[in-house]
Structure formats: C-alpha cells, structure tokens
Design a protein around this ligand. Structure first.
Ligand SMILES: Cc1cc2nc3c(=O)[nH]c(=O)nc-3n(C[C@H](O)[C@H](O)[C@H](O)COP(=O)(O)O)c2cc1C
Length: 393
C-alpha cells in the first residue's frame, strides 16, 4: 500500500466503518497510542547509569529513519562505538541505492553525538568514505563510522533534551503562523563550515507551490510502480499486534490523522484501508505541504557519496530537534529525490534532478532531502522502536 495514499485516505475513512466494536478497538490499540513495549525506548532512554556508552546508543535509536526501518547496528567498547548499516532493512525500489537508509544512519549518529557530552564523554566521529551502489544481494553489516569516546565535561543542551519529543508530524500545519526570521537564520547556519552540505530554505509562496507541485507529481509517479509499492508495504504496520512485535515501520498512529479518523482507520481492515486510500483526493498531499510556511532542501555535492549522506542525515536530525525545541513541527517529503534515484536505477533521463536544479538555481549542489516545517494543528505520536539489545553486535 502506498505510504502517501494511506495518509490521503483521511477524508474517506470517516464513512467507511462502524462494526467491529469495542473488542476490535482494544485489539487494534485504539486506546493505547504510544503504549506497550514498542514505545518503551522513548521512556527509558536516560536509564543507562553514569559513564555507560549504552546511553549514547539509547539516544541514537530514537532518530528518524526512512519508513522507520531503523537500519542501524552498533558495536560498543568502553572507548568507542562503531555504526554499521544493516542493508537488509531496506525499502527496496523506493531507495535503490540505500541513499535514504544512509541518511537515516546520519540521523542516528547525530543523536549519539548529542548524547555524548550529556553523558560525560568527549566524542569525535570518523566517517568512512565510499560510493553508494545497488542494494547488496547478500546483506551484511557495513561499517560506516566510528565514534571515539574520552572522558569529557558533562553538559546537556536543548537539542539533546528535545530527543524524546521529536516526532515526524504528518498532520496539517497552521498556514497563518509564520516562522520567525531568526529561526530561519538558525536553520541556515546548521551546516556550519561543512564544505559538502548546504540548506536551501524557501518561504515565498511561489517557490513553495513549485516544490509542492514537483513533489506531488513525483509521489503519484513513484508509488504507481508495483516494485516501489512492494518495497514500501513491507514496512506498513496496520495491525497493533505487528506494531508491538516488530517495533518498526509506519503505523496508523503516525499518519497525522485527527483522533477520530485515527481510531476509525485502526479498526478498518487492510482491504477497507486500500479502498479508502484509492478514493481520496489527489491534491491532499500538496495542500498539506503548502500548509507549512517553510520548505527546505538539504543538498550535498554528491548525493551518492556515503559520508555526505551521513552528514545530510546529521543536519536533518539537528534541524528537526531544533524545530522541536522551538515548538515547531516538521516532516520530510522526499518523493522528488526518490524519483531522482528511480530514474537513475531505471536508466531514464534525469528529469527530476533537472527540476530540482531549476529550483535551487545552482547545479553544483544536489538536493538529497526535502522537508517542510511549521506550527502544527495536531500533535504527533511517537513511532515504535526496537529495543537497544536488538541493535548491538
Ligand atoms: C531519509 C529519510 C527519508 C524520509 N522520508 C519521508 C517522507 O518522504 N515522508 C514522510 O512522511 N516521512 C519521511 N521520513 C520520516 C520517517 O518515516 C520517520 O523518521 C520514521 O517513520 C520514524 O518516525 P519519527 O521520525 O517520528 O521518529 C523520512 C526519514 C528519513 C530519515
């Protein structure tokens, strides 16, 4: 089932259900959003005791990842943590070079680095270079980065504190509430003196309309490919039992629907959800994007350079934490860049890369991540997480 179609079904779900009753509501977790073992990592993330590198991993696993695949594995010693990518945890044809999974690894690295000083460590990260290729046929962990740990000054900051409150918000935003120029400026400065990462931020309506148009068309096109649908569906968790068992993937609670529509959607069968998704309006996605007063690109010099993917992920995680700390919500909207990968994998002309270049007016930067930000109308729910023990090698 298409990720976006699922979300677009919001307008139709309200007519679709009645039966099932209280038992089904209970069984499907209608009354239990954010509860159960799948959500414990959000609550016990500070409970590792002093001077324990595990505390850094507990923070890392709360990071963003594509379709909540959580592709990370960690090897811990007293003086270092290695980050490995588990290439088996992928979304298939939607991310044919694992570019987005590598960005997710960067998100985890950023949380880990923020948790280091908060737990009394001075940390330095070494990112290993490499070029992304097709998804390996025989998956095995690949080392991407090593973080060296030494005793350091203990200090927390607002980004670290925001880690358990950061959730992708897919609900509508308030278009009348502008983002302050100071915040936009702070976002712009996030890459610091990184030579390979840059943010492009758009607040003008004409720019945002153009990006929403390109994204919406890309969304329709990419999810019309059965291979993409197949790779994506593997991570859609419609059953509450699966949410608690697998503790990963996209859940109905995280779709950004109003509370009643969420409850109804949770009680629907997968067949009814498919029907609702296929009868929803087409401009829903672009309207959602345009409800946010800011759309941004994270761009790199080479979107298939392994370490630049990690750097882009670090910036996204940081940007989302900064937004969270300041009461703003955010959501990635990556279909246009996913189409860049898709066209490349299928050997088609690079039409989407050209469209993105038109928007930035600087082809020396390659957009690799698209997001929108604003003040939310609804609060977002947490997504499930695998336990820390499951990601240690
Ligand atoms: C590289 C990357 C790409 C993503 N692309 C999208 C996207 O296009 N649309 C979307 O709604 N969420 C997207 N996400 C958000 C993830 O689905 C989300 O991080 C994951 O489900 C975990 O939820 P959380 O961020 O609330 O913890 C993306 C995240 C990453 C790291």
């Amino acid at each position: 089932m298409r990720r976006r179609s699922f979300l677009k079904g919001a307008g139709v779900v309200t007519v679709a259900v009645a039966g099932g009753g209280v038992w089904r509501a209970w069984d499907q977790g209608v009354f239990s959003a954010g509860e159960g073992p799948a959500y414990v990592p959000w609550k016990d993330w500070r409970e590792s005791g002093n001077n324990n590198p595990l505390a850094l991993v507990r923070a890392a696993i709360l990071a963003a990842s594509p379709h909540n695949t959580q592709p990370w594995l960690f090897k811990i010693t007293n003086s270092s943590i290695e980050l490995h990518i588990d290439t088996e945890r992928n979304v298939g044809a939607l991310d044919p070079y694992l570019r987005e999974e590598h960005i997710g690894m960067g998100c985890a690295l950023e949380n880990l680095m923020l948790a280091a000083p908060a737990n009394g460590y001075a940390a330095t990260a070494a990112l290993f270079p490499g070029k992304l290729g097709p998804i390996p046929a025989e998956p095995r962990p690949q080392l991407l980065a090593r973080v060296n740990l030494a005793p350091g000054e203990r200090e927390e900051n607002e980004l670290y504190d925001a880690i358990p409150r950061r959730h992708t918000n897919r609900g509508p935003y308030d278009p009348r509430k502008a983002i302050s120029p100071d915040f936009v400026d702070a976002l712009n400065h996030l890459p610091g003196d990184h030579a390979d990462v840059k943010l492009f931020l758009f607040t003008a309506e004409a720019d945002r309309k153009k990006i929403a148009e390109v994204s919406s068309a890309a969304n329709t096109e990419i999810y019309s490919d059965p291979d993409v649908q197949h790779g994506s569906e593997r991570w859609i968790r419609t059953k509450w039992g699966s949410v608690q068992k697998f503790r990963d993937g996209l859940t109905i609670d995280a779709f950004g629907l109003p509370p009643i529509a969420t409850a109804i959607a949770k009680m629907m069968s997968v067949r009814m959800l498919r029907w609702a998704a296929s009868h929803s309006t087409d401009n829903g996605y672009s309207n959602l994007m345009l409800s946010a007063p800011l759309i941004g690109f994270i761009a790199v010099r080479d979107r298939y350079a392994q370490e630049q993917c990690l750097q882009a992920g670090r910036i996204w995680q940081r940007a989302h934490l900064l937004a969270t700390a300041h009461g703003l919500a955010a959501r990635p909207c990556n279909e246009a860049v996913e189409m860049v990968d898709h066209e490349r994998a299928l050997g088609r002309p690079a039409s989407r890369a050209a469209l993105l270049n038109e928007i930035t007016a600087d082809p020396t930067w390659q957009p690799t991540f698209v997001f929108y930000m604003g003040y939310p109308k609804l609060s977002a729910h947490a997504s499930p997480r695998r336990p820390v023990q499951a990601v240690i090698i």
